[in-house]
Design a binder for this molecule. Structure first.
Ligand SMILES: [Zn+2]
Ligand SMILES: [Zn+2]
Length: 265
C-alpha cells in the first residue's frame, strides 16, 4: 500500500491511496484539472483512479465532484446523507456506492471502515483503510486512519486511531491566532472552535498523547488554516509529543503542499 496527500486545507483536500488492486482518492476537494495536475508527479491520473471515498459534503472535500463527470468510471463511496447533499448541487449523477456509517466493507483488496465524527455537516465520517491480514508473511496487515474535520474526539474516534500504522489528523488552528483574527466574524470563530468545528493544534496533540499507540509509524498533521495557523505554531504544539513518540515520524502538511509517497513497510 502506498499513500500520499495531494493537498490539504480549506481550499481543498484530497489524498491518494494505492493498493495492489485499487487506486482511490480520499475526498475530492479540487477540480478534475487540478487533481490531474496534483496526481501527475506521482505518475497517476484520474483515468486510473477507481473510486473516491467522501468524508462529507463541504466544498473543500467534495467540490471537485461536478468536474469529475468526465470520468464516469469513477465510483463514489459515501453515506446516503452525504451523497444526497452533494447530489443536490450536481447536474449529473455520479456512480454512487452508498455505505452505512459505522460499517465495514471491501473495495477490491481494500478494507474500508467508516466512523462518525462530530462536525457541522450532514453525516460526516472518518475512514480506516486496511489491507492484508495479521500474521500473513506476504501480505501483512497495514492500516491508515483518516481523521479531518471534527470538533472534538469522542471515544469511537480514539478507538479508530488506535493500532494503525498511519494516522492523518487535522491540526486546524491555533486558538490564539483564531481569537485575534480580524477577518472572521465572531459567529464563524465560534463555529470553527466549537464542538462541531475543527480540532485545534492543542486538541489534536491531546488526542494523540492520550491514545499514543505503539504501532504508529507516521502521523500527518493536516487541514491547517491559512490565516489561523502556522507551521511554527504546529511545530511548537507537537514538539513534546514528537519526543515521547520517538518511533513515529511527523509530517506537517501546510496548505498548497503535497507530501512524498509513504510506502507501507
Ligand atoms: Zn474541511
Ligand atoms: Zn468540513
Amino acid at each position: 500500500m502506498r499513500f500520499c496527500i495531494l493537498g490539504s486545507g480549506s481550499s481543498g483536500n484530497a489524498a491518494l491511496l494505492v493498493t495492489e488492486n485499487a487506486r482511490v482518492l480520499v475526498d475530492a476537494g479540487f477540480s478534475a484539472r487540478r487533481l490531474n495536475a496534483l496526481l501527475a508527479p506521482f505518475g497517476e491520473s484520474l483515468d486510473r483512479i477507481d473510486a473516491v471515498f467522501l468524508t462529507h459534503e463541504h466544498g473543500d472535500h467534495a467540490g471537485g465532484i461536478g468536474s469529475l463527470k468526465k470520468f464516469p468510471h469513477i465510483q463514489f463511496f459515501a453515506n446516503a446523507a452525504t451523497a444526497r447533499a452533494v447530489q443536490s448541487h450536481l447536474e449529473h449523477r455520479p456512480d454512487w456506492q452508498l455505505f452505512e456509517t459505522g460499517t465495514r466493507f471491501r473495495f477490491r483488496d481494500l478494507e474500508v471502515e467508516s466512523f462518525a465524527v462530530p462536525h457541522d455537516a450532514q453525516e460526516p465520517v472518518g475512514f480506516r483503510f486496511a489491507t492484508g491480514h495479521d500474521g500473513d508473511l506476504f501480505a501483512p496487515r497495514r492500516s491508515l486512519t483518516w481523521l479531518t474535520d471534527l470538533g472534538h474526539a469522542p471515544q469511537n474516534v480514539r478507538e479508530a486511531i488506535r493500532g494503525c500504522e498511519v494516522v492523518v489528523v487535522e491540526a486546524n488552528h491555533c486558538p490564539d491566532l483564531l481569537r485575534n483574527d480580524t477577518k472572521r466574524p465572531w459567529s464563524l470563530k465560534q463555529r470553527i472552535g466549537g464542538r462541531h468545528g475543527h480540532l485545534s493544534n492543542e486538541a489534536a496533540r491531546a488526542l494523540l498523547a492520550e491514545v499514543a499507540s505503539p504501532q504508529w509509524r507516521r502521523i500527518y498533521l493536516t487541514h491547517l488554516s491559512r490565516e489561523c495557523n502556522t507551521r511554527a505554531a504546529v511545530e511548537a504544539a507537537f514538539a513534546g509529543l514528537r519526543v515521547s513518540l520517538a518511533a513515529c515520524e511527523f509530517s506537517i502538511v501546510a496548505p498548497g503542499e503535497s507530501t512524498p509517497v509513504y510506502e507501507f513497510a
